[in-house]
Ligand binder design. Structure first.
Ligand code: ADP
Ligand code: ZN
Ligand code: ZN
Length: 765
């Protein structure tokens, strides 16, 4: 999983005699691998990912197939299994590497080989290519003129109209849709003229290009002269590339320190060496800005990939990549599987983001998977991670020397880091202020509106979760065993979703006695309304899950804000990342506590990241910026470190806590999720798994035993009529957790229960 023990994940199959083979590698066909026998002579040669030739079908036609699995057990009667004929004569291609990557993913993250294959083999479903048709005059002009006169005389008005229109063009060509549309010529008429040899219909196939007009019209950008810090990264990485030191690299650079500029430069170096690059971004909302920057340098050699594309658009982008028509692919974690034949660099921007972990099986992490994909190129590709607030995982690896660390410390925009102040919401309540905006924030907002500058207000909230806290003193109800916040359940019971710890309902605060104890709930919509009420003249834009349902809505909202069509942008965390708005001089974090008490062991890390990033949005231009962080817990280390913009201070404190409670990256953790419409079935099976684990652990030496927690109801324990439970296993050594997972995978799962594994989860269910 982690680069240190990656080798242990490579499957070994001694004495194996059968191979699973997919005949045609395409997304839908992987459902049906066929089993073949590996003849003695080929035992060495046949490995996962390799291409072999096999007899197929009744006629035993020789076909090419890819090996996706090897086992020593026959799935059908042995005498019905055919032999592999031999290795296919085929050069190593990107498909081989992808199948090997799938095998690695299966081994590391659990799930089935089919799930893994479907993840790495992108929409391969053959899509009809997009065609453009045009009508072309084939007669010499004089003859056409004569024909036109004849049609007019005979009152063939439609035909006359078409010939006349064609004669008016310089080259005698008109787009087909224009002919049938605007000119109202029936297809039958066109066909008739075609048969007479008067005109031809030409068809050319074109790629669907998802890059919008707005982006394409952007002017080319001049190369910036890199700062010393920036050029050190580029030079050092390329020197390491040349001498084969392919350890992953981490750029830790404050917001605005020029990381993106470094990415562009590195990709240019790679392109000069005939290699291609993948740039991962954490979310769709960032596509427009990122694409714009890259398009200005690489033009049509760059493309994008994401879930808003139609299947045809997706298919075309992968085809362009495979055929070497583009050099750069930008997209979310799934863009990792872009079939570049000569991959040289994978960049993961904002590598700390949660979205880099897949939420469906195989629950892979893009960071680890990118490193493995690069490793599979055998010394031809590197991975670069970038962040202003690196994940504890990446920073720990860099400290140990497993990654090469680079630091960018200076802002290149000329701006300085914003001034941050913390607003204590407890004090606001005492002073009688019940508005969601503290007095500080209100004053500053007023000031920005008068000065014609912009502000961003940000609500770091995800999902439906709400935690319980005291509004007078800020006390938060936490689990004594896990140090995560408790959730209020029906009837007021408080439950911990890591260990199942339960407390009776509370009426008053154990810390100050106040009765003003309630669940913290707030939404962007309420904020928008409140804002309009308090500042009637302000032009407000809102960006959240509701306002970004349609295809180009991100682009529209962001460019409207950039064009100063609004004074304030209110939104969820999607507004804090990466955007560069020079007029923004104020950022307000409305309730830092929302993410702080997200009952997850990564909550403090998440909060620190969000606050740091939010702070980075202010003062990107010439004018200095200010940030207000509103919170009930002004002395929390994550908030203090964020206000001081001190990453190392946060890292030290947080690692201490992770070590004490054995959370990643101080230890490894395997989550086992169980889903069932029957609560009883899920619980019974969970209990059985727990027993099975205990049995297995009794036989093991003490140092190999894992810490077992649960079963416990998941954070959201009942969704869409399905009950969700979790078991957590912790151990310093990932191998021990893989051993236990294998034991659990061998258990027969009841029909109405489903099971999923998550290694080193990014968030709890
Ligand atoms: P990051 O990705 O670290 O937030 P960017 O690469 O977006 O930083 O750079 C921040 C700003 O600084 C951008 O406006 C960019 O154009 C500018 N910039 C980056 N590198 C340089 C440079 N070497 N000289 C001048 N301006 C630069
Ligand atoms: Zn209290
Ligand atoms: Zn607990």
């Amino acid at each position: 999983m982690h680069s240190s023990n990656q080798q242990t994940c490579t499957p070994l199959h001694e004495g194996a005699a059968f191979a699973d083979i997919i005949i045609d590698i395409s997304h839908e066909k992987v459902d049906r691998p066929f089993q073949y026998r590996i003849p003695e002579a080929l035992r060495e040669a046949v490995t996962i990912g390799c291409c072999v030739s096999v007899p197929f079908g009744r006629g035993n036609t020789p076909r090419k197939g890819y090996v996706t699995g090897i086992s020593d057990r026959a799935q059908i009667e042995e005498d019905r299994i055919k032999d592999i004929t031999g290795p296919a004569e085929e050069e190593e291609s990107v498909e081989h590497a992808m199948i090997r990557l799938a095998a690695w993913m299966r081994e590391c993250y659990g799930g089935t080989m089919i799930q893994a294959l479907k993840t790495v083999l992108p929409a391969h479903k053959k899509m009809k290519s997009l065609e453009q048709r045009a009508v072309r005059l084939t007669l010499p002009r004089e003859e056409a003129q004569a024909l036109l006169a004849e049609y007019i005389r005979k009152h063939h008005l439609a035909r006359a109209r078409l010939i006349e229109a064609l004669l008016q063009t310089a080259d005698g060509v008109l787009p087909y849709p224009l002919v049938t549309g605007k000119l109202h010529i029936a297809a039958a008429n066109i066909r008739a003229l075609k048969e007479k040899g008067i005109l031809a219909v030409d068809t050319t196939s074109v790629y669907r290009n998802p890059v919008t007009e707005r982006v394409r019209n952007a002017a080319e950008e001049e190369r910036k002269r890199l700062s010393d810090e920036q050029s050190h990264v580029v030079k050092d990485m390329m020197a390491r590339f040349a001498k084969g030191d392919l350890r992953p690299s981490l750029v830790h650079g404050i917001t605005g320190s020029g990381k993106t500029e470094v990415y562009i430069c590195l990709i240019e170096e790679m392109v000069q060496r005939g290699r291609q690059a993948i740039v991962l971004i954490p979310e769709i909302a960032l596509t427009y800005q990122t694409l714009l920057r890259f398009y200005r340098h690489f033009g049509d050699r760059v493309s994008v990939m994401n879930s808003t594309l139609s299947p045809g658009e997706k298919y075309d982008q992968f085809r362009r990549a495979r055929e070497g028509e583009i050099d750069v692919m930008i997209g979310p974690r799934s863009a990792l599987f872009t079939p570049f034949q000569n991959l040289g660099l994978i960049i993961i921007d904002e590598e700390h983001e949660l979205t880099y972990k897949s939420e469906t099986a195989p629950r892979y992490h893009a960071r680890e998977t990118a490193i493995e994909r690069a490793r599979l190129t055998e010394g031809k590709a590197m991975v670069l991670l970038g962040s202003a607030t690196p994940s504890l995982e990446a920073y720990t690896a860099a400290k140990k020397g497993a990654y090469q660390l680079y630091t960018l410390t200076k802002r290149l925009t000329g701006g300085t880091l914003a001034r941050v102040r913390i607003a204590d919401l407890r004090a606001e309540l005492k002073a009688g202020n019940r508005s969601p905006f503290s007095r500080d924030l209100t004053l500053l907002l007023d000031d920005r509106l008068t000065r014609g500058e912009q502000a961003m207000l940000f609500l770091n909230r995800r999902g439906l979760h709400s935690f319980l806290s005291c509004r007078s003193c800020g006390h938060v109800f936490r689990c004594p065993h896990c140090d995560v916040s408790l959730t209020e359940h029906r009837g007021g019971r408080l439950v911990c979703h890591y260990c199942g710890h339960t407390e009776a309902s509370v009426r008053s605060c154990p810390s100050c006695g106040s009765h003003y104890v309630s669940a913290f709930k707030a939404g962007t919509q309420q904020m928008e309304e409140q804002l309009k009420k308090q500042f009637p003249g302000a032009r407000v834009l809102r960006m959240d899950a509701d306002t970004t349902r349609t295809k180009n809505s991100y682009e529209e909202i962001l460019s409207a804000f950039a064009d100063y069509k609004a004074d304030v942008l209110v939104g969820t965390q999607m507004i804090v990342k990466g955007h560069d708005f020079p007029l923004v001089t104020l950022v307000g974090v409305l309730a830092a506590d929302l993410s702080l008490h997200d009952q997850d062991f990564r909550a403090a890390e998440r909060t620190f990241q969000l606050l740091t990033q939010a702070a980075g949005r202010a003062g990107r231009g010439e004018r200095p910026g200010e940030v207000v962080i509103q919170t009930y817990e002004p002395e929390h280390y994550a908030i203090l470190a964020a206000a001081a913009q001190d990453y190392d201070r946060f890292y030290e404190e947080e690692m201490l806590y992770r070590s004490l409670l054995k959370y990643p990256p101080a230890a490894h953790m395997l989550a086992v999720f169980l889903f069932s419409p029957s609560e009883e079935a899920a619980l019974t099976f969970a209990g059985k798994l727990r027993m099975r684990l205990e049995e297995a652990e009794r036989e093991e030496a003490e140092e190999k035993r894992a810490l077992l927690i649960g079963p416990t109801p998941a954070r959201i324990s009942f969704v869409e009529d399905v009950y969700r439970f979790a078991l957590y296993l912790k151990h310093a050594d990932m191998e021990q957790l893989v051993r236990l997972r294998t034991i659990l995978e061998a258990e027969e799962v009841p029909a109405n229960v489903s099971i999923q594994f998550d290694s080193d989860p990014m968030r709890t269910l």
